[in-house]
Design a protein around this ligand. Sequence first.
Ligand code: EPU
Length: 353
Amino acid sequence: MLQPDASRDVFHDAPAFLADYSLRAHHTFGFDVRARVACQIERETQLRAALQAAPFAALPRLVLGGGSNIVFTRDFDGLVLHIALRGRCVVAEDDDAWYVAAAAGENWHQFVCWTLAQRMPGLENLALIPGTVGAAPIQNIGAYGLEMGEYLFSLCALELATGRAFEFSAAACRLGYRDSFFKQEGRNRFVITSVKFRLPKAWTPRAGYADLERELAAQGRDVAPDAQAIFDAVVAVRCAKLPDPEVLGNAGSFFKNPVIEAAQFAALRAREPGLVSYPQADGRVKLAAGWLIDQCGWKGRALGPAAVHERQALVLVNRGGASGGQILALARAIQHDVAERFGVALEPEPVCL
Ligand code: EPU
């Protein structure tokens, strides 16, 4: 019997390589930057072919999903792999949980909607987060009292250098606050191709986050809210506070909320009684960076076309025609003022290229 020839398959499934490709529509800041070459990956065989393509072997590679957590400061002189792998399914069920999987190129919010339509609650607090399923574990997306890591079961990835496939357990992903193996030692080494979640059947609402509590009460749905009520409230809060990247270019929170030692916190608190803080399990304290920036008077202020959002000081926006360099200049000015007034260093959340 004839066996399919894997190398032929790969050869025949090469994606189209487009030279001098505009990345404007492929990242949420909307800067006018270009890639030396780019290709769209719709099947895993195309990904393997792209990784093996001899003319581009020596080029730096950039894996791009929804582009919602990246700041381009210049053109990318390399090969951009735009991950458009699609598909989602319920892979298994046991007495305690459902297991659902999605390909890396699936839109995150659509995936959340799909799990709820299957009557599998759990991800509703993470509604409306921009980006793709494949990008979600890299920075362990989180909002309104939940991080995706709580429900991550495993993920599949290809190693860029070798094209070898790996399965990572949730523990191997080493997720932290907006952090993972893929942002540290694994940085630029893997392309995530699919992600699997375990959604426990014993669901309880996660409605303790102040903004969420307020919104549920305003909607009259604060008594035993179901997953749909939480979803609706999250969507309402996000729409009220966070700019839509389709309208105003941005990458969500531009800085991580800084975590400081208990002693530094105590000293700071004595000076700044209004400080918004969240105690951590290890005794340290997380501060609301948005509050620190707001107190420095930056909310709504601009440096040229790069501005601080009027309703959330943690979000930097492109008011039109800004460059990555201008956004970074604004970020540096904010970091300077926050360090000077509070003695706290702010670390950018998005990847800066
Ligand atoms: N605050 C201000 N002024 C501001 C912004 C915030 O005083 O301009 C105060 C708020 O009043 C509140 C506190 O700071 O007391 C926290 O603000 P908020 O609830 O808006 O949340 P955040 O800590 O600024 C984080 C995430 C968001 C996520 C929200 C909701 C980070 C870096 N950001 O923001 O995630 O949506 O909580 O859970 O952890 C993202 O990562 O891109 C992102 C948007």
